[in-house]
Structure formats: C-alpha cells, structure tokens
Design a protein around this ligand. Structure first.
Ligand code: BGP
Length: 468
C-alpha cells in the first residue's frame, strides 16, 4: 500500500554496523589463535590472504572510536572460535579471551551494545580435520564454545547471534570456502546432515543462553532473500515457493518452530538425503527459542520453473543458483545491479521484512545489508561513495515503511562498519563507512579515512532516520 502516515523509528532502535572476525581482524595465527578453515583454504586467484585483513586486532581502539563518532548504538562482530579455543575444544586461550574482553569493554565505554555472532564461517581447522559439521560430536563442541563465551562475556553482552548465514554454509559453502565436496557421492546427504547438526547446536546454544544469562537475548542470523516468480505463470510461483523453502524458510521454521519445512523435507526425500535424526533431536529443536530474528539482506532472488534433470549450479550468496527439477535462477529485468553483479532491490527488502514478520511474529534486526564497490581514495583524503549512500538510504526508507506497517524492527547493522576482505572477491570489494588504506596485495599504511557515507550515516543515526 502507499503509505501516507509514517511511524517514527523508536529511540531505542539499534543503529550500528557489522564485521566478522576472519574478514577484519588479521593476526590470524598469533597470540595463540589456532587456524580456522579460512586460514588454510586456497583463496581465489587474485585475492588477498586473510592474515592481515583490516588489522582490527591491533587497531580496534581506533576503529571503535570511529564507530562511536558515527553514533553507533550497537556493533555486530564475531568471535573467532579458534582464537578462544585454538583446537575448537579443550584448552582455552587466555589471550583470545582478553582480546574480546577488550573489544567489549571498548564498545561499552562509548555506550555501544556489543552484538556477538558466535560463528561466522570460520570453523577451527582442528574440528574440520575431525569431520567438521558431519561429526555429531561437534554439537557438544559448539555448545561448549557457547558456554565459554557466556561465562566470559555474558556479564556484559546482552545480544547474541548463533550462526551467520547457516543457509549459505549449506547452499554456497564451496564459494565461501567452508566446505569441499570433491569426491562426495551424495552432496545433499552430507550438507543436510551437517545442517541438521548445526540446527541442533543452535537450539542447544539458545537454550543454554536462556539458562545461563536470563537477561540476554539470542537469535539466528540467516541470509534471507524473498524469492519472486519470474512471471505470473502458476508453475513459476511453485518454483518460487520451492526456492523460498530451500533458501529461507527451512532455517527459520526450525529456529522458531523447531520443525522441518515440509517442502524441503520432500526435496531431501527425492534426493535420498534426509538427515539421520536421533531420538530426542526434535525435542531439542523445540526447546531452543529465539528472542528475535537477525537476518542479512542484500537482494531478492527470482526464479522460474525448471523441469529438467541434471546437476545443480552453484551460486554465491546472492546469485546464480539453479536446481534442475526445482527452480532455475532468473535475472530480474526490473532491478539494477552492483558493480559486482548483485541485484539491488529496496522494495524487495520491505517485502522480505513483511513476509518474515507475518510468518514468525518476532522482532527483527538487520544484521547485514550493503553495497560492495570499488571505492577510490582521492588525493585530499576523501572517498565519495554516493552510490553507497543511495543504496543504504533507499533500504532505510523501506525499514521506515515496514515499521509503519506494523513490522517490529529492533535495529539495523549494515555490512560493514569498516572495509574488510570479501568472502571470495578480495579487498577491492569494499563495503565500509571507514576506508582502510591498503590494496589487494600492497598493505600501504592501513590508515583509516572517513568516507562520505560515514558523515551521512552519522546524521541518520543522530536524527533517528528523520534525515536521510
Ligand atoms: C554475507 C556474509 C559476509 C559478507 C557479505 C558480503 O554473505 O555474511 O561475511 O562478506 O555477505 O559478501 P561478499 O564478501 O561475498 O561480498
């Protein structure tokens, strides 16, 4: 509907931005940190290794001061599992605990609420070598990791996210460097068994959070893109429902209701890939209730009916997926694209928020949203990223409209607070409000510069988005 009466965004709205440990910290093997799968993966040709990144590990004070200058009310960052448990289980690394304590305290010094993602694509390599998420014992390892965090940080951290983009770990793990399916006979069986273990780990971690930290709130953080049918042909609508179920609802139906989505279940039956479920598993799923839903949104997806047979096509987080017999990706002719080919769809953002809210009725926080681009540092130290301002402005407008329509939104944390390394497209794909002076391979001086979007976002926060 066309909205004439807009409601104001609440004063307690959590404005901030996001990062993840393996993409921003650097210092990947120092001070006792064990390697993660990201440290041993072969990075895509032409992209940087992940050993320095934005060097947040050494520069967090300066970076958090800049976030405070923008007026952040929250900062979403992840804890590197292998920094605090170098082997994923067993001995705790005191230097790792100290680092995150410092980051948390630095945030609180400025009144910034830490929003911690427990796991963001960086499984400890030691656990990977034992079978990764395929081994059932990893559920207990994750719960132990959660417990270590609750014990050490829970006195100060009120907001927690379990697993970043569990749906992308399942659907695009090969692209983001979290899984290797070479030689696997039935990849669906493997991936959805791993997914089942992650869902159990998440449910247990949510329950433990409520038991140990009664004042805290916890939720999942999938990547949600509403899926459109390419046309109004009924079969295209069925294809869109298929991909919506596979990409989006499987994860949230389980996190919120503790139930497997029936369309996905049927898809798994068709592929001889239903996960092995042990007695009691579904009770565990039902016991883990999220307090809110965190979700990453970059764009919608569009698909058409596809009755062919054959191999699935692998996409990245936002593009290219096709599953013969289920759906085929379709380039939406109504949308512009970023320089890196991701579609831009602010209206679809609102459609996604509406749909999620009517399905789950929980408050929501946007844990990622943003535009990757080749930014240019000018001779005068400025970065004119008006394209990013335009992208963010148009998405924040849609939050205001969704809020007016009764959707409960708790906060907005675009990707990313500061430039960092992309999942598979290197340092040149920048997202930050803060520019980091390094190139793909030349580390230069790593100095920080405020982009035009930095000043713009500061104003947005100051006015609670009354001035956009
Ligand atoms: C999300 C991930 C982030 C991130 C972002 C941008 O899928 O949660 O880790 O990097 O997408 O993607 P990319 O880095 O591929 O541009």
């Amino acid at each position: 509907m066309v909205i004439k009466k807009t409601k104001k965004i609440g004063d307690d709205f959590l404005w901030g931005a996001s990062t993840s440990a393996y993409q921003v910290e650097g210092a990947n093997l120092i001070d006792g940190k064990g390697p993660s799968v990201q440290d041993v993966k072969k990075v895509p040709e032409g992209t940087s290794e992940l050993d320095v990144c934005a060097d947040f590990y050494h520069r967090y004070k300066e970076d958090i001061a800049l976030m405070a200058e923008m007026g952040f009310r929250t900062f979403r960052f992840s804890v590197a599992w292998s920094r605090i448990l170098p082997k994923g289980a067993g001995e705790v690394n005191p230097k790792g605990i100290a680092f995150y304590n410092n980051v948390i305290d630095e945030c609180l010094k400025y009144g910034i609420e830490p929003l911690i993602t427990m796991f963001h694509f960086d499984l400890p390599q030691a656990l990977e070598e034992q079978g990764g998420w395929s081994r059932r014992g990893i559920i207990d390892d994750f719960v132990n990791f959660a417990k270590v965090m609750y014990e050490n940080f829970g006195d100060r951290v009120k907001y927690w996210l379990t697993i970043n983009e569990q749906n992308m770990l399942t659907l695009a793990g090969e692209v983001i460097g979290t899984c290797n399916l070479q030689g696997v006979e039935n990849k669906y069986k493997k991936l959805y068994q791993e997914n089942h273990h992650m869902l159990l780990a998440q449910a247990k971690a949510m329950k433990l959070c409520h038991d140990m930290l009664p004042g805290a709130k916890i939720g999942p953080a999938p990547n949600i893109s509403l899926v459109y049918p390419a046309t109004c042909k009924p079969k295209d609508v069925l294809a869109a429902q298929n991909f919506n179920a596979i990409r989006n609802w499987l994860y949230l139906d389980m996190a919120v209701y503790g139930e497997y989505n029936h369309l996905v279940w049927h898809f798994l039956e068709e592929h001889d890939a239903v996960p092995d479920i042990e007695p009691g598993d579904m009770d565990i799923m039902k016991e883990g209730h999220p307090d809110f839903i965190g979700f990453n949104y970059y764009s919608t997806a569009t698909v058409e009916w596809d009755a062919s047979e054959g191999e699935a096509t692998l996409g990245d987080q936002q593009s290219g997926a096709a599953e013969p017999g289920v759906f085929r990706g379709y380039a939406n002719p109504n949308l512009l694209r970023t320089e890196f080919g991701w579609e831009i769809d602010p209206d679809g953002f609102r459609a996604t928020m509406r749909e999620m809210y009517s399905r789950y009725r929980l408050p929501m926080i946007v844990t990622e949203n943003g535009l990757g681009a080749y930014d240019k540092l000018e001779a005068d130290g400025k970065i004119h990223d008006d394209y990013r301002i335009e992208y963010l402005r148009r998405h924040i407008e849609q939050i205001k409209l969704a809020v007016s329509e009764g959707v409960e939104m708790m906060g907005y944390c675009p990707w990313s607070a500061i430039d960092l390394i992309s999942t598979h497209e290197g340092m040149v794909k920048r997202y930050g409000f803060i520019y980091v002076n390094r190139d793909e391979f030349d580390l230069k001086d790593m100095a920080r510069y405020r982009k035009d979007s930095f000043y713009w976002y500061k104003k947005v926060i100051e006015t609670n988005a009354e001035e956009l």
